[in-house]
Design a protein around this ligand. Structure first.
Ligand code: BV8
Length: 225
């Protein structure tokens, strides 16, 4: 029973038409990180931040899973209990591809969170600063995503999975955001084999025993076969 941990980033959704962060013309090129992906940015201009996420939520709703998402869903279904899928992505393409378990460590575009009472509910397509929380009625609703400086979700599941991994596969991430960018090195130190599937070498390419470069929709199904 080989324990496989898979980490995905924006690159796996690129061929589904969703923008990545750090590629040419990527999401961050249009906005400063501080303005749209930090609590301070949200406090400063909640309308800008809601518009940034509303646009991405609409784009994600229009997108469809690509062969890379589908291959990972097939792998998990064919190896029940052996695959832990962790994604940095906030789109729902892994869910819609049929992955039985998806751990969204940076939250989800499809979720709303009340900053006043921590209530969570399915996000409407368009969120606005004046929206009131359905539980406490405070006008404190925000996208349920993890911004810089906030603690990622799921460590209670992620950490044991990383510690028990025989194989760690990183797909479509530039390896620049922590703690996700440290996972490969952590698993390797504990004796796991580490593999990178990406368009080009990532910032932490040295942490991998094996690498395959090319578009995810091609190299992920090939790797999974
Ligand atoms: C935390 C929100 C404390 C949702 C995101 C100094 C040093 C080290 C660390 C830090 C530091 N200063 C601050 C930190 C911590 C900070 C951090 O890492 N900063 C970086 C910038 C240095 N991290 C945090 O603040 C995190 N929280 O540390 O809390 C803590 C932690 C643990 C325990 C206790 C306390 C919170 C980080 C989360 C931030 N939120 N997003 C959203 O808007 O989506 S980050 C954002 O970047 C997204 O989540 C995204 O997923 C993530 C990573 O980006 P990638 O997915 O890698 O996307 P990118 O565009 O970069 O790369 C795409 C890749 O795909 C490229 O390599 C490209 O070649 C490839 N590609 C493109 N097309 C294809 C392809 N591959 C295959 N096929 C293709 N077709």
């Amino acid at each position: 029973m080989e324990k496989i941990v898979i980490l995905t980033g924006a690159g796996i959704s690129a061929e589904s038409g969703l923008g990545t962060f750090r590629d040419e013309g990527g999401l961050w090129a249009q906005h400063a990180i501080e303005d749209v992906a930090t609590p301070e940015g949200f406090a400063r201009d909640p309308d800008l931040v809601h518009r940034f996420y509303n646009a991405r939520r609409a784009q994600a709703a229009e997108a469809t899973p690509n062969p890379a998402h589908l291959a990972l869903a097939r792998l998990a279904r064919e190896h029940p209990g052996e695959v832990t899928l962790i994604t940095q992505n906030v789109d729902d393409l892994h869910h819609r591809a049929g992955s039985p378990q998806v751990l969204q460590m940076h939250g989800t575009l499809m979720g709303a969170l009340c900053a006043a009472c921590d209530h969570r509910w399915p996000a409407p397509l368009v969120m606005q600063p004046a929206d009131r929380c359905p539980a406490c009625a405070a006008p404190a609703t925000r996208p349920d995503v993890v911004w810089f400086g906030e603690i990622p979700y799921g460590a209670e599941v992620i950490d044991p999975a990383l510690n028990g991994a025989d194989l760690f596969v990183s797909i479509g991430t530039s390896g620049q955001v922590y703690p996700a960018a440290a996972y490969a090195q952590h698993c390797r130190r504990l004796g796991a084999r580490t593999v990178e599937l990406n368009l080009e070498p990532s910032e932490n390419a040295r942490d991998f025993d094996e690498a395959h470069y090319g578009p995810a929709s091609k190299i992920v199904p090939e790797f999974v076969e």
